[in-house]
Design a protein around this ligand. Sequence first.
Ligand SMILES: [Zn+2]
Length: 448
Amino acid sequence: MDTYLAILLLVTTAFPSNRPSGVSLSRTTSANNKSIESRLLQTIRPENCRREHRIFTEQPHMAGSTRNYWLAQYVAKQWRAYGLDHVELIEHPVYLPWPVRYEATLLGATAEKLSLQEEAIPQDKDSYATDVGIPYCAYSADVDVTAPVVYVNSGNPADYDLLAQQGVEVRGKIALARYSVPYSYRGFKALTAQRRGVAALLLYSDPADDGFKKGEVFPWGPWGPESHLQRGGIVYDFNLPGDPRTPGWASVPGGRFLPVESAVSMPTVAAAPMSYKDARKILEKMTGPNAPAAWQGGLPFSYRLGPSSDQLHLIIQNDKQVRSIWNVVGRLDGAERPDEWVILGNHRDAWVYGGVDPSSGSASLMETARAFGNLKRSGWKPRRTLIFASWDAEEFTLTGSTEWGELEADRLRKGALAYLNVDSSSSGNSFAVAAVPALPSRRGARCS
Ligand SMILES: [Zn+2]
């Protein structure tokens, strides 16, 4: 939080020119900043952050849900009460499919239906909730297919090349890939699977990457228990972020929309997440060559490339709905250069509770807004306009911030000075610090 405030003050009060590059501070400005900064820091209360975090994480709040709209109203109400100059709730109707069906059945001598659910843990009351929704990969295509499974390691192009060298056919099969270390975006895995002609892609976290091979699993430690699974989008946001139907312009009620089918960001392959408890049942059925040493995982058997001896019947179905999302944008008007903007943003929507991502950041954002509101009440004004933003549907395809950026494109091009994003501001029990080296430190030295 301290670093966050220091950077924010630096860019809002100190820089004499438009662009914050390598500018040293005068002694007077630095002293003024220090006084403002200490007043801000004295206002920040950890117990407020804890209370806000509890409010944001009390219920699942996926984009498009009633709860996430309620939270948008809550943020707007709080920011008005804190004393921000203008607070708006901005609606964007966007293509936002939700899951309606996800089933996977191994067709052996007796059919075995996989659970595809996270199991409840006695120490965690929230794990008993029944309103967490069907696990899914947002923007997956629909599929109803029966096919053998092949193990594709991380699902990157080099992995498929190795399978081809080994004579393992993937076309028309279901690919089982790991969420990998080093990381590769699941959308890139989906695009690679689509290009290689697989029938569907299943993604799981191997215990070697996130599970008992790393250490104690939840609730005894931080690593994933055997039924945990990771939701996420597979959209090709590297082609186009935001509502797939409005490339380059904002989605507004009554606006112009292209057909979803024409969007360059829409996958044509189906994908879904799976736990290692379920993936194990498939991996145990693999035939074919032994997987290379680097592909071996944490389960207690030798991984093979496949295909699986049993076929998998996989059904993935999502609705094709347009839903309203809600950005909350609050301003503290600049006294000297109101058209120059410093923007502080955090998304609000979560796949489920969002304990770390994004609600730890939301708690920081709320308390920061409160502290600045207090400062304003004491007569202080920023030199440039400060904008606080609570984005919706970031998890889907950076949707809320993209739509707002398109809505405000002209003003942003002319006056956007800096954008500071907070996603997750705290997790775990160890302290780590990162900084933006382009910004000078308070003494004018570069951060390292
Ligand atoms: Zn996030």
